[in-house]
Design a protein around this ligand. Structure first.
Ligand SMILES: [Zn+2]
Length: 241
């Protein structure tokens, strides 16, 4: 139940990100720097120690989890670049942009947001500490999901009204993802694999999406400081809960 309540916060985060996308982006770069640090911290100070604990407790091998982790990183890399490749390919033939590319990209983001919610729900199946920290990681980066949804829709010549509909779907997706985990419980072995996959996926969006975006206009010491601060903050939080 807490998983659902926390996923409602992701709804707010995604929605605000989307609405801010139209306005001043500069301050958002600072928040993005912070979110990247939070993601790094959650992966290494919370999810990985939890995975290692589960592996030791149940005597699982390491290989499956490490493969799942790398797959989490690569699957999202490939999906994202496949959409981008399609995009640049289209541009060779015509100057104008296609609304369907915006829709395909937005749908990929909605799928990603659904996974965010599943991550929160499954985190709570491990322990409430893991659930809460995964929720922090998701809430802190989900406004960039909302922002990207709107930006992708608008730059590909979709109407603002259509962009808002997709933003709404993107904001609802984590809530549905979290709710879906109430319908099933998974075995500890599958849970370890999923958490590994999720760690790889969070690492990818932190390092390859959010951090470059935080520095896309200009780099600043403030942004760098906030990234370090985000990671350090999660370290401190994980010592206390
Ligand atoms: Zn997300």
């Amino acid at each position: 139940m807490i998983a659902i309540l926390l996923s409602l916060a992701t709804f707010v985060s995604t929605f605000f990100g989307g609405l801010f996308a139209i306005k001043n982006k500069d301050r958002l770069h600072l928040i993005m720097g912070f979110a990247a640090g939070v993601l790094l911290g959650v992966v290494f100070f919370d999810i990985l120690p939890e995975i290692i604990e589960q592996i030791q407790e149940h005597n699982f091998g390491l290989t499956g989890m490490t493969v799942a982790l790398v797959m989490g990183f690569l699957v999202f890399h490939i999906l994202e670049k496949a959409i981008a490749l399609h995009h640049s390919h289209e541009d060779e033939y015509a100057e104008h942009k296609h609304p369907h590319i915006g829709i395909a990209s937005a749908l990929a983001l909605i799928g990603h947001s659904f996974m965010d919610g599943v991550g929160i729900g499954l985190g709570f199946q491990v322990s409430s500490q893991v659930g809460i920290l995964v929720a922090i990681a998701v809430i802190s980066h989900d406004f960039t999901d909302g922002m990207n949804t709107v930006t992708l829709m608008l730059t590909n010549k979709n109407s603002p009204a259509k962009a808002k509909v997709f933003l709404l779907f993107d904001a609802l997706a984590p809530v549905l993802g979290a709710a879906s985990t109430l319908l099933f419980t998974i075995s500890p072995h599958f849970l370890v694999l999923y958490l590994g996959f999720f760690a790889g996926f969070l690492l990818y969006i932190g390092a390859s999406d959010i951090l470059p975006e935080a520095h896309s206009k200009h780099s600043s010491w403030k942004t760098i400081f906030l990234t370090v601060f985000g990671a350090a903050l999660i370290f401190v939080i994980t010592r206390f809960i």
